[in-house]
Design a protein around this ligand. Structure first.
Ligand SMILES: NC(=O)c1ccc[n+]([C@@H]2O[C@H](COP(=O)([O-])OP(=O)(O)OC[C@H]3O[C@@H](n4cnc5c(N)ncnc54)[C@H](O)[C@@H]3O)[C@@H](O)[C@H]2O)c1
Length: 438
């Protein structure tokens, strides 16, 4: 395929060299003469392991050229990859001036393109930037419509400087965001020889994935360092600890605990966090990220109460009171906090939780229920259908498998807050279906 690459920095130069290696023809475009001269001399404009050789070979074989003639590059290619910088402004906001400018230039050139050219943004842009900046600039300048006169994709780059070529040929995934399958399929063809999971999705989802990835990486570094700081203060080798923590691919390095839903709770996580933070305080150690976890968690609880209050309905049915399905443990269940807040505000509440109801009669938690939350135990009902029928708002607070059928049968005219995303992708027909973190 014929590809034009706009911006010959780290991402552009590596993409150019690597796509040539995959057999494509590449025209590099950069506003800086020095970068174009480098390519014209068969040299890499950036320093990266393995890239010099790829660019030298591509140049020798006539697969790679460089120009500042945008029209020539667009008319001579099927796909353009936008790899210009998106730096931070002083206030932290994203500077999209280069993206806007290059899209205007590409748009102007598209007027004369006879075929279906796909503009693909590889630069990192916040969700919404494609729709607010890139697409309008392309449509304004070309006079055409995206999806009709030209294609458009967002294709975030996951390479790491220092191992960029290796990462290009062995990426963790290929993500293509698009509105039209034709564009998505064309860009996917570029990666036909790359062995990696391919995800073709909506444009904002693709954009958000890049940020979720980088926030996750940043969080992991900080987490590792805070655990390390804590261990060091206790004379423990943090690498021994983290080696074994990382060897756990069931609960630790896994999708578990990563799906947005609701606040954590239960008898361990809040208690253990408090113990670590207290110990750190006594050793005069500051652990800002770990210290932020409980306040962040509490914020979800408050936000949820505000969401319910904002609906202006007073009859609320809560399905699930324990912090997760299959247990009767109510200690530090965040939904208990929600229920207590709503009781305080005079709400008409009914609760269904088969495990808690049983525990209230005979289980080990009977004492806790009687002593700590007698005001809540009086709201427990044993008929889930009645709870749904009597409520204007239904809260699904844990993933008890019985909740699904009952709501599908009776949840139609209800406002439903699903804290565990029990219904995905289908939902009870006609209900007003909501999440808190999704
Ligand atoms: N560097 C990385 O490791 C990395 C990894 C993934 C994603 N990204 C993202 O990719 C994008 C590019 O990053 P980078 O590090 O390669 O940037 P960079 O600053 O190294 O290179 C950008 C290039 O774009 C050129 N340019 C600017 N305006 C242009 C125009 N109108 N026409 C042609 N060229 C133009 C600049 O002269 C420069 O050479 C950024 O959004 C970045 O966040 C970077």
């Amino acid at each position: 395929m014929k590809i034009s690459v706009f911006g010959l920095g780290y991402v552009g130069a590596v993409s150019a060299g690597c796509f040539c290696k995959l057999g494509h023809e590449v025209i590099g475009v950069d506003v800086l003469e020095v970068k174009r001269q480098k390519i014209a001399a068969g040299e890499s404009p950036v320093i990266e392991p393995e890239i010099d050789e790829l660019i030298a070979t591509a140049h020798k074989q006539g697969q790679l050229t460089a120009t500042d003639d945008v029209a020539a590059a667009i008319l001579g290619s099927d796909v353009s990859l936008v790899c210009v910088g998106t730096p931070s402004r002083r206030d932290g906001s994203l500077n999209l001036d280069y993206v806007q400018r290059v899209c205007e230039q590409i748009g102007a050139a598209l007027k004369d393109h006879k075929g279906y050219h796909v503009v693909t943004i590889r630069s990192t842009m916040l969700p919404g930037a494609a729709e607010d900046v890139a697409i309008p600039a392309l449509e304004r300048a070309s006079g055409g419509r995206v999806g009709k006169d030209f294609g458009f994709c967002v294709n975030p780059e996951f390479l790491r400087e220092g191992s960029a070529v290796k990462d290009f040929f062995g990426p963790p995934k290929t993500v293509i965001g698009t509105r039209d399958t034709r564009s998505g399929e064309l860009v996917a063809k570029l990666y036909a020889d790359i062995d990696a999971p391919l995800f073709i999705t909506e444009i904002p989802v693709a954009a958000a994935i890049k940020y979720a990835d980088n926030m996750f990486h940043a969080m992991k570094v900080v987490f590792g360092n805070e655990v390390g700081t804590f261990c060091r203060s206790l004379g423990i080798d943090s690498h021994k600890v983290m080696d074994i923590v990382c060897a756990d691919t069931k609960l630790n390095i896994s999708p578990v605990y990563l799906k947005p839903g609701f606040a954590f709770g239960g008898s361990c996580l809040p208690k253990d966090l408090r113990a670590v933070l207290d110990r750190a305080r006594r050793s005069a150690i500051s652990l800002p990220m770990l210290s932020s976890l409980l306040p962040s968690n509490e914020l979800h609880v408050r936000r949820f109460v505000d969401e319910i209050v904002g609906r202006g309905k007073k009859k609320v049915g809560v399905l699930g009171l324990a912090f997760k399905a299959g247990t009767d443990d109510l200690r530090e269940s965040p939904i208990v906090t929600v229920v207590e807040a709503l009781i305080g505000k005079g709400y008409d509440l009914q609760i269904f939780d088969r495990n808690v109801a049983l525990a209230a009669m005979v289980g080990a938690n009977k004492q806790y229920i009687m002593d700590e939350i007698p005001h809540i135990s009086s709201l427990l009902r044993d008929d889930i259908n009645q709870v749904i029928d009597d409520s204007e708002i239904v809260v699904i607070a844990n993933s008890d498998p019985g909740f699904r059928d009952a709501l599908l049968a009776r949840g139609h005219d209800k406002i439903v807050f699903d804290l565990v995303r029990l219904f995905s992708p289908e939902q009870p027909a006609g209900c007003d279906y909501n999440g808190i973190c999704w």
